[in-house]
Design a protein around this ligand. Structure first.
Ligand code: AKG
Length: 266
């Protein structure tokens, strides 16, 4: 697919609901390739004695998360800078974007733990970024019972909520009771399909009740003009930024440069 395959219906849906499913953003062969690359990266990280102290690695019941895989692994870097994904994200967001960060999220077989409802952006140290967008790419078939995403349509318009905890099923609803009875849309995906969601669209992921791992790669984009708002975050903590600084260094390449970042590996 390319950006022109993002239909006007998809754009309308994204604007209205805060998320949209886009089929075949990468091919099933690419998904299988990156599933293997992700599996190898997780094995490598888990075998590394330094992992318990690595702030970019979280290994809990809900999922194994490795942040900024593009800086650790040449294969994952190719996926993070994939032109189809970036072009679709810019088209849906309707604005120029840069990379905020990526992460691989693996729910281990029979993890039995949901990722509970939350919005992403309250976790992020951002100013001047009203429209961040995440691409959640399925690297394997993800039916409901393997840990797929569920969204609360329209919740991206709740722009002033504090952080909600993704390990607490009551967290979002105790802060925003009216969302508890709003419709929920569950989106199973085939390998290579993607959901794009706005950084304020509340979502959860079902537990993995299967004997297979569930692997998703998430690429998160922020608006070009985004500035730093002082708040702890694993990506910005090592950078010692001043409050209000532009988030525009080499850690945060703009989409138009993605070709060069990927080129060395093509
Ligand atoms: O895949 C998951 O378990 C949760 C994903 C998520 O919260 C996100 O992509 O923002």
């Amino acid at each position: 697919m390319n950006a022109s395959e993002i239909t006007s219906e998809m754009e309308i849906e994204y604007e209205r609901d805060g998320f949209v499913r886009v089929p075949a953003v990468i091919t099933p062969d690419e998904a299988a390739h990156y599933f293997e690359a992700g599996t190898r990266l997780i094995e490598r990280v888990r075998a590394d004695a330094a992992t318990p102290d690595d702030p970019e690695v979280t290994d809990i019941d809900i999922f194994i998360q490795i942040v900024n895989t593009w800086q650790r692994d040449d294969e994952m870097r190719r996926l993070t800078f994939h032109p189809n994904v970036a072009a679709a994200a810019e088209r849906l967001a309707g604005t120029q974007l840069r990379l905020w960060h990526d992460h691989i999220l693996c729910k281990m077989p029979r993890n039995q733990a949901s990722t509970e409802f939350h919005q992403d952006q309250p976790y992020w140290p951002h100013r001047d970024c009203p429209d961040p967008i995440s691409a959640w790419i399925a690297l394997c078939d993800v039916p409901v019972e393997r840990g797929c995403m569920t969204f609360l349509p329209g919740s991206h318009r709740k722009t002033d909520l504090p952080v909600q905890h993704l390990n607490d099923p009551r967290s979002l609803f105790s802060i925003c009771p009216e969302l508890e009875y709003s419709p929920r849309v569950t989106v199973p995906l085939k390998a290579g399909d993607c959901t794009f969601h706005h950084g304020r669209c509340a979502h959860m992921a079902t537990p993995n009740c299967t004997d297979l791992p569930r692997m998703a790669h998430v690429v998160i984009y922020m608006q070009r003009e985004t500035r730093y708002r002082k708040q702890d975050h694993v990506v910005t903590d090592p950078l010692s930024l001043e409050d209000g600084a532009a988030l525009n260094g080499e850690m945060f390449p703009p989409v138009e440069k993605f070709g060069c970042w990927r080129a060395g590996w093509d």
